[in-house]
Design a protein around this ligand. Sequence first.
Ligand SMILES: Cc1ncc(COP(=O)(O)O)c(C=O)c1O
Length: 375
Amino acid sequence: MSLFDVYPLFDVTPTKAKDVFVYDANETEYLDLYGGHAVISIGHSHPEYVKNISEQLSKIGFYSNSIQNPLQQSLATKLSELSGCKDYQLFLCNSGAEANENALKLASFHTKKHKVIAFTNSFHGRTSAAVVATDNKKIVAPINAQQEVDFFELGDLKAVEASLANNDVCAVIVEFIQGVGGLGESNATFYEELDKLCKKYKTCLIADEVQSGFGRTGDFFAFQKYKVQPDIISMAKGMGNGFPVGGILIHSNIEASYGLLGTTFGGNHLACVASLSVLNALEREDLMNNAKELSNYFKQKINSISVPVTIKGRGLMLGLEFEFPIAELRKKLIYEHQIFTGSSKNPNLIRILPPLTIKKEHLDQFFNALNDALS
Ligand SMILES: Cc1ncc(COP(=O)(O)O)c(C=O)c1O
């Protein structure tokens, strides 16, 4: 049987990984500035993470959500402590798209409305409601197309309010810093007014923190740079450091009832232990501060780049925008310099999404390689 061929692949076969490095069978060492798409938060094969998951697996790896699983409450407690999101409830699922799907569905249950507002260059996943709120017509199938989504430019409060005034919008979904779309961001006025508009028109504000959450921007969540209080916060990627786990934080104004949401695998024992291990490492190793410090270092280093470049993003969710398409440059970085980087919807932009454990010496290695590849 062949594989359904949907992924263009680089010719690299990782067989092991440690912290910020990935190795193939010949022991070739690759510097990972991509984190498997912003997933590796506390470093590959983090020793505590490996130990905790292995020990949990030898006890009990999975049982359904019909029994008591105190690990879920431990995760909720630790998450609330570290994120500072005190007035929220936790629902666990398995991926980013599933988190957003549940967020949108819950917003619709709660408000009894059906329409969604999303923004240009957004990416929210590939499931039914999430994909329609994603600004990429190519991945929306006819079966999804009945969902109604209004797209506006980030910053266009007038258009958002005109749509909200129709009183049929259940949710405004927004990445406070865009990932796949290419690190687009608006400003405090926009986000804070958007939050107020959502409250005025009784529409749920969904912060999609699937990529930006769990410390990647230097804050626990990217929205925390602003004075906003989302109704729902979606999470995945860095939450499990590679173990598939996602979730939503739901403001206490939204009431649960039996059967409203549900999943077989979500919140299983292994996923909870993986995510708890991530939270403990983020705290113990002060990784959010490391993200801030290394971000500043990265921003200083761009002065050493020999061609015009614009830097975007914050923390360790960064982009380098060149005046030319970067596909060949990324290939050179992988095959000639053994460095993984990311792409985005913007063909001129390289994305830098390393594990939050990265050190200055690794960034020095990157900038040396980049200058060499550019020359
Ligand atoms: C902001 C954002 N939301 C949602 C998703 C979808 O997550 P997943 O691929 O885990 O379904 C992604 C994935 O890149 C993302 O970047």
